[in-house]
Design a protein around this ligand. Structure first.
Ligand SMILES: [Zn+2]
Length: 133
């Protein structure tokens, strides 16, 4: 009786923390997924807006210094940046789906939760990021 109770406590204390972390981890992942989805929607909206503006291409015959040309080129650069971000975000979601989100693509270790929190789409842990620099 005493023995079984002791081993129950032992089992509880060894299994429980593991389950807890796994649960917390899953919760974290769902949170990240939500943030990724939200940002994807925002970026897609941003791209659509820029596409509209870019469609009204400035009249280049107006000459080099025309501000509308400058604006058009700026929007083109912005769309390029947003597109790159969208690719990153989509890659992160596919990592989430494949169960490899948060795994460092260089060393295969776990990416620090704090780092993921800040850099939602990072593919490397901070140690590998430092050594790549
Ligand atoms: Zn690493």
């Amino acid at each position: 009786m005493f023995l079984s109770a002791a081993s129950d406590i032992e089992r509880a204390s060894t299994i429980q923390p593991g389950l807890q972390t796994e649960k917390t981890m899953l919760k974290e992942l769902e949170k990240h997924r939500k943030r990724l989805r939200k940002e994807i929607r925002e970026v897609e909206r941003g791209i659509a807006e820029l596409e509209e503006r870019l469609a009204e291409k400035g009249d280049y015959s107006l000459g080099e210094g025309d501000p509308s040309i400058y604006l058009w080129e700026m929007n083109l650069a912005r769309r390029k940046r947003l597109q790159a971000r969208l690719d990153e975000l989509r890659a992160a979601v596919s990592h989430l789906d494949g169960g490899t989100y948060g795994v460092c693509s260089v060393c295969g270790g776990q990416i620090e939760p704090d780092r993921l929190e800040l850099l939602l789409t990072t593919l490397v842990c901070s140690r590998c990021a430092r050594s790549a620099r």
